[in-house]
Write a protein that binds this ligand. Sequence first.
Ligand code: HEC
Ligand code: HEC
Length: 304
Amino acid sequence: MKKIILFFIPLFIFASEPITPIYKVPYDKQKAELGKKLFFDPSISEDGTVSCASCHDLRYGSSDPRAVSVGVHVKLGRIQSEPVYNAVFNFRQFWNGRARNLYEQIDGPTHNPVEMGLNSKRVEKILNDNSFYKKEFTKIYHKNYITYEMFKDAIVEFEKAMVTPNCKFDKYLEGKVNLTKKEKNGYLLFKKFGCITCHNGVNIGGNSFQKIGVVYPASNRVGDRYEVTKNPEDKFVYKVPSLRNVELTAPYFHNGITYNLNEAVELMAYYNLGLKPKKEEIDAIVAFLKTLTGKSPKILKANK
Ligand code: HEC
Ligand code: HEC
């Protein structure tokens, strides 16, 4: 009897998991390859020094290891960069959700004077003056003038390919591998403590706006949802960040306040749940979070 129960319980748990494995997003291969070129090209910036990849560094899970990014003319930004990996799964873009989708999002860094600092006409001029882009865009879009909209369209197709499949946790959900005792315990604590109420779904986050400081008030609030809505209730409210690849994307939080993942977990437990977990519990949650590190997107492997 016991054996039968043990057999059925895991099946039941899988069926009702609040986290779901990554899935492939269809994209146009040719456009995505072109988008990849644009993503890594610093010539598309006001002083020729900054590309998307400058602040979305692939060695750091497509995030920025600096607490705030550095744009053209070495100007400092004011908020932590977010990963481009799996951003396609987020319900809005940016910490405060001011862009509804990836296409809208690109206007932000392109035009921002402390990021790439170009208006749409300058982007078009740079691209149309470049014989490589002229040839490639004409081949794909069948127009003899490259527009800013085509530029955005190609980058979005690339971003759709920027997903990180086959992390250990996804394979566990699919019944292909098992977690260690510590990792499993970490996942159980993640659910028991209530982390899962905000960090869930395919991106383990990225699907709701929530407050930082639900139980104990936080003190820093740059670039929060209040800046978009001017509703006082939206002070300290941010899009919940995805926890996929979180092992690689330090520093953490919108202000990059810590590089230490254990400390990030401790801060979350305290500020948003009013808990002070034991050291072993924090370690177990971190072990679970490390199972969310996926494989590098396929599109990056081919001719870079
Ligand atoms: C100078 C640094 C910098 C450059 C250049 C830059 N970004 Fe970002 N990116 C950031 C920062 C900082 C944020 C977070 C800003 C915020 O939320 O207010 C961000 C956010 C994003 C997001 C939102 C992710 C999410 O989960 O909400 C995407 C997508 C993105 N960038 C893509 C790009 C693309 C594509 C380019 C090139 C066209 C680019 N970035 C250029 C620094 C940069
Ligand atoms: C009430 C919603 C909520 C709960 C509960 C919650 N979080 Fe968060 N989490 C957030 C928000 C919002 C942020 C972004 C806050 C900021 O940047 O200031 C965040 C950020 C994080 C980050 C930093 C990610 C990054 O890339 O910067 C980690 C790690 C994290 N949470 C883990 C946890 C863990 C572990 C728990 C449980 C102990 C937990 N969270 C509970 C909403 C929540």
